[in-house]
Design a protein around this ligand. Structure first.
Ligand SMILES: N[C@@H](CCC(=O)N[C@@H](CS)C(=O)NCC(=O)O)C(=O)O
Length: 202
């Protein structure tokens, strides 16, 4: 299995974390920006974008579809259909409501005034609202993880999200959500990955 992405974390890191935690061997193929035109021209990627997962001769793209596939392989997708839907719900909320806004205000927006405005909204509205909801949901799960007592890829997505946004928003999680972050960070395979992973260019 080969995961193809830029030498960065943005849309590939959750997939890597899921594969790592699942103990699934994969080639973590990373390339530099300058090589993208050639890789794109020759790659035969379904939507001409990355990340792409090559598996059994099939090329799969769309980061969320890949993360979900990896989660199923890893036994981290949820134990039944309802749990799978809930895990997907958390991952979708993290991607659509938090991270897409983060990429925009941290990287894509070039106009300094608009950027400052977007960052203010992200810090003061988007993240606090999301965390308030997540805290309540986590409390009601009654377990160590978002779906109770079994780790799912939703917990890894939450961990990844906090690592991504904390440079901009600071330490804004509740104590309860901090304990979730720490529980994921302390998983031996995740801790080992963080210590040994390749240094990303972005
Ligand atoms: N919805 C897609 C978006 C993929 C995407 O935007 N990939 C970017 C890198 S993060 C890319 O391939 N950019 C180069 C290009 O579009 O030519 C996903 O989640 O995988």
């Amino acid at each position: 299995m080969k995961l193809i992405y830029f030498n960065g974390e943005v849309r590939a890191e959750l997939i890597r974390l899921v594969l790592v935690q699942g103990g699934i061997e994969f080639e973590d193929f990373r390339f530099e920006f300058k090589d993208w035109p050639k890789i794109k021209a020759e790659g035969g990627f379904p939507f001409t974008q990355v990340p792409v997962l090559e598996v059994n001769g099939q090329k799969i793209c769309q980061s969320r579809a890949i993360a979900r596939y990896a989660a199923r392989l890893a036994g981290l997708a949820g134990k039944n259909l309802e749990e799978e839907a809930l895990a997907d719900m958390y991952v979708s909320a993290i991607d659509d409501d938090v991270l897409e806004n983060f990429w925009k205000c941290a990287y894509f927006e070039q106009d300094p005034e608009k950027k400052a405005e977007l960052q203010k909204k992200f810090k003061e509205e988007t993240v606090p609202k999301f965390l308030r909801n997540l805290d309540r949901l986590y409390e009601s799960s009654g377990g160590d993880y978002l779906l109770g007592n079994s780790l799912t890829y939703a917990d890894l997505a939450y961990y990844r999200m906090i690592k991504t946004v904390s440079g901009l928003v600071g330490d804004v999680s509740s104590d309860r959500l901090k304990s979730l972050y720490q529980r994921v960070a302390a998983l031996p395979k995740i801790a080992h990955w963080e210590e040994t992973k390749p240094k990303p260019a972005f």
